[in-house]
Design a protein around this ligand. Sequence first.
Ligand code: SF4
Ligand code: SF4
Length: 172
Amino acid sequence: MRNVIERAREVLGEVTPLATDCGQVCGGRCCHATADSIGMLLFPGEEALAQRDGFRTHSAQGGCLMTCDGVCDRDTRPLACRMFPLFPLVTEGGRIRAVYDPRGWRLCPLVSQCAHVPLRRDFVRAVRRAGRILMEDPACAAFLRLQSEEICELNRLVGLEAERPPIARRKP
Ligand code: SF4
Ligand code: SF4
């Protein structure tokens, strides 16, 4: 049986935040190391996959960070790359909500301009669905809960929750 990482990756395989390539506008900032981007945090179970696929990994607070050379085979990119700039937040009641990741505020224009740029519905739904799949695995569920706490804490600081939720008003 395929594990939750494979299933979640598949759900997020083809969907993108916008109908067009958002990297064309910002120069693909989330794929290049900058002061605001130090790598992508891997989910439990992804570290071995990342090493196999030629990415670099190193320990960091909260887990394992992956860095790359700014290009990849899309089929091998980790979950964080597929979900960004959203994250499947676990609510206190245990439900999954797709929310903007406040850690992308300085890096990603889709986060800082979220009040003006709606995301594709299918992308938002895929992030939510991937979160539900990941919650089936105890290690991934614990990771999601920990990340969710950090996101809620940051949201209290930047007030991102007061902005529009990441769903398009109409189908793009
Ligand atoms: S930084 Fe944001 S807008 Fe730019 S490529 Fe990444 S997700 Fe798209
Ligand atoms: S793995 Fe691919 S999608 Fe992820 S940061 Fe690197 S180039 Fe970008």
